[in-house]
Design a protein around this ligand. Structure first.
Ligand SMILES: Cc1cc2nc3c(=O)[nH]c(=O)nc-3n(C[C@H](O)[C@H](O)[C@H](O)COP(=O)(O)OP(=O)(O)OC[C@H]3O[C@@H](n4cnc5c(N)ncnc54)[C@H](O)[C@@H]3O)c2cc1C
Length: 384
């Protein structure tokens, strides 16, 4: 006879959003099962890999500044309770070219939210960070308290801590059954039936595959390549505290100093081609590597001949604007859609999970920016 089990909530997807949602639900004494097709923050997940930036500047988008600030507190608490170095306070430096409008907006938001920051002109930047070429940069904004999260280790730690609170975790693939009206149960690929009061699909770049008609054209998974460059032997200018995490807005390029001796990380924030997260090639392109080499040589002249020590191919799971998707399924009231991290979601995992848990338990008003209705089928990015 096929096995069957019953829960208050089932969360499908153990990326950063699903795992923090489960963690918060467990805090509310809910009986929770987390399922993932491959494992927590696995190599193909958007939450996989070594590191992610946590920064507070979002121009005038105060909601994300506040969520990031709130999330950092929870990431730090998790680091303290688990004894893992999940947050590294490198500082985050934003740089702008001629038009410093967004930087000024960020500065005003940070001031309103009481977040420490320091604005610097080109001469000050060049004096403080002589290992960087600031050509074309008019101003920089440093967030001294921000930094880097350890991504894969962070998500796996959230799952471990959630398990201590009673959450169950299993590897299994789920297909969304057809039909409308409340969902009584889902079935795993192994044929096990799982009943629950509510179901959360936190499937990241897979959301369009799980709900092809509704989300196939509303979640845009794009290929993103990441490179790590090795410093010359004995050279600590590209590691913290000498170099902060950095974002050159005009160039749409970001990176971070050498964390855990893996090398200086850099990546382009421009969206790559549309990809399938199950099957896309994880081997970086020759053009991508060449572009990265040239860029690093220009911005960090001492790394002109630096070797690429590691690389990684991941995918963003963009919504039309970059705003998250956190909403009830329009036809199946006990099914929730959760994702749309859009290349900036990782840091927000704790606040996302806290918000979604409150929604699931009927304790908080919904934010319209996260609604399904606000997600279009054409990309028009406004959140950066
Ligand atoms: C290269 C890169 C750099 C980034 N940099 C930053 C950064 O610096 N700062 C930042 O804040 N954010 C950053 N992001 C964005 C951030 O990492 C993502 O927005 C976030 O990790 C998305 O998490 P998720 O939980 O939605 O998705 P995922 O981590 O992909 O998790 C979804 C999970 O659902 C599972 N799943 C899917 N379908 C099924 C199914 N049918 N059955 C069972 N399981 C299923 C998958 O196996 C997967 O594990 C970056 C992303 C990339 C790719």
């Amino acid at each position: 006879m096929a096995k069957s089990s019953t829960y208050d909530l089932v969360v499908v997807g153990a990326g950063v959003f699903g795992s923090w949602t489960a963690w918060h639900l467990a805090r509310h004494k809910q009986k929770v099962l987390v399922l993932d097709a491959y494992g927590a923050a696995h190599a193909r997940a958007s939450s996989g890999g070594e590191t992610r930036i946590i920064r507070m500047s979002y121009a005038a988008d105060e909601i994300y500044t506040r969520w990031s600030h709130r999330s950092l507190v929870q990431w730090k608490a998790l680091a303290a309770s688990s004894g893992q170095p999940l947050f590294q306070q490198t500082g985050v430096l934003w740089m702008e070219g001629e038009d410093i409008g967004r930087l000024k907006q960020s500065q005003r938001t940070l001031e309103r939210c009481g977040i420490a920051h320091q604005s610097m002109d080109n001469a000050t930047l060049s004096e403080r960070y002589p290992q960087v070429n600031f050509d074309g940069v008019t101003r920089g904004l440093l967030e001294p308290d921000s930094g880097v999260l350890l991504a894969r280790r962070g998500v796996q730690t959230v799952i471990e801590e959630a398990k201590k609170k009673g959450v169950e975790f299993r590897i299994a693939q789920i297909s969304m059954p057809k039909g409308s009206g409340p969902l009584a149960k889902i079935s795993t690929s192994e044929g096990e039936a799982i009943s629950a009061d509510q179901f959360v699909f936190a499937c990241g770049p897979w959301l369009g595959k799980v709900f092809p008609e509704m989300l196939g054209q509303r979640i845009f998974p794009t290929r993103q390549e990441v490179f790590f460059f090795g410093s010359p032997p004995g050279d600590v200018r590209f590691a913290p505290p000498a170099l902060p995490t950095w974002l050159f807005n005009n160039d749409e390029v970001y990176g971070m100093p050498d964390i855990e001796f893996r090398g200086l990380k850099m990546a382009r924030d421009t969206h790559g081609e549309r990809v399938d997260p199950d099957t896309q090639s994880r081997i970086p392109s020759a053009e991508g590597a060449e572009w990265a080499r040239n860029y690093v040589a220009r911005r960090f002249p001492a790394l002109k001949a630096a070797p690429i020590t590691e690389s990684r191919v991941c995918q963003y799971e963009n919504t039309s604007t970059g705003d998250f998707l956190i909403d009830r399924h329009p036809e199946i009231p006990n099914v929730w859609l959760a994702g749309g991290g859009s290349g900036h979601g990782f840091k927000h995992g704790p606040a996302f999970g806290e918000y979604l848990a409150a929604q699931l338990l009927g304790e908080q008003k919904a934010e319209t920016r996260f609604s399904l209705a606000s997600k279009a089928t054409q990309q028009n990015r406004t959140v950066h």
